[in-house]
Ligand binder design. Structure first.
Ligand code: ZDR
Length: 290
């Protein structure tokens, strides 16, 4: 039995909370135990408790590499709130050469810009890249080979939703509703997450249009369930709202944990701005079976 002490930092981006572990000298755990580790530490009763684990790792092509694991042990390609936390971790510890940081993710290289006060990052803007509508790349079987924008999705053979599928590096399914506060997200969310039309499962956003520049969103996250916020989900919501003429290309997206500003610029890239907060530091011991 190998005992691995791990220093971690608990962080959140508008209430989407993460256990952030700095491992710039290299991953201390074995690849085949990362999933079990995530299930253990994310548990709010038997572990630390979080919506995900973020590893900060060395990178050959960027300033650092981020890996994110969901509470069910699955690995996500990208995480909007998580990358802001990861950038703050890196910046506040003086690893960054300036306010611009390049981050390697499973969804490609991302650039982030830190807004700092007294040497600490308070807000971070992330170039989230171009939204992907190609169904094969999302992946989804919806749309009959064409982009799946406002198409019917029947759940349990009875209930039909009008949905749009888009990838922000990770898969999203956007559903517009008239009253998001009273919508049964916890009932419809898991059914859409695991619908066969989404072979890698999907994050699900329930979106209410408040005005041409404001959305109210609740998210059912793939592998995590109900969370207080989802950065990639906020981007997916704005992109579909703008594309279907419901909003402008820049909007405030209100989530239960707070608000993000999302802008889909003319260069076809989506820029997300929001806060990142460090809450506490701790140390845990992981017993690695060998
Ligand atoms: C939604 C998310 N928290 C974010 O802020 O973008 C990312 C977490 C990963 C997500 N649950 C997935 O794609 O599996």
């Amino acid at each position: 039995m190998l005992v691995v002490p791990l220093i971690f930092v608990k962080m959140h981006g508008i209430g989407n909370d993460f256990i952030v572990i700095g491992a710039l000298d290299g991953m201390p755990l074995r690849e085949d135990e990362l999933s079990e580790f995530a299930r253990f530490v994310c548990d709010r009763h038997f572990g630390v408790g979080a919506d995900g684990v973020i590893w900060i790792l060395p990178s050959e092509s960027a300033d650092f590499k981020m890996r994110i694991f969901n509470p069910d042990g699955s690995e996500a390609e990208m995480c909007g709130n998580g990358i802001r936390c990861a950038a703050k971790w890196f910046y506040d510890r003086d690893y960054a050469k300036g306010e611009t940081i390049r981050v390697e993710t499973l969804a490609g290289l991302k650039t982030v810009w830190v807004q700092a006060e007294e040497g600490k990052a308070v807000a971070v803007t992330v170039d989230m890249g171009e939204p992907i509508f190609n169904p094969m790349q999302i992946p989804t079987t919806l749309g009959n080979g064409r982009e799946a924008i406002e198409v019917p999705l029947t759940v349990d053979g009875v209930e039909t939703f009008t949905v749009s599928a888009v990838s922000m590096g990770n898969p999203h399914c956007v559903v517009f509703v008239s009253d998001v506060d009273n919508f049964p997200v916890e009932v419809a969310g898991p059914k859409i997450e695991r619908h066969p039309a989404f072979p890698q499962r999907t994050n699900v956003e329930f979106v209410q249009v408040v005005s041409e520049s404001e959305l109210k969103v609740r998210v059912w996250e793939r592998g995590a369930g109900l969370t207080l916020a989802c950065g990639t989900g906020a981007c997916a919501s704005l992109v579909v709202a703008a594309r279907t003429g419901r909003t402008e290309r820049k909007a405030k997206v209100h989530l239960p944990g707070g608000t993000l500003t999302i802008e889909w610029r003319d260069d076809n890239r989506v820029y997300m701005t929001g806060p990142a907060v460090e809450v506490f530091r701790g140390e845990l011991v992981w017993e690695s079976s060998d």
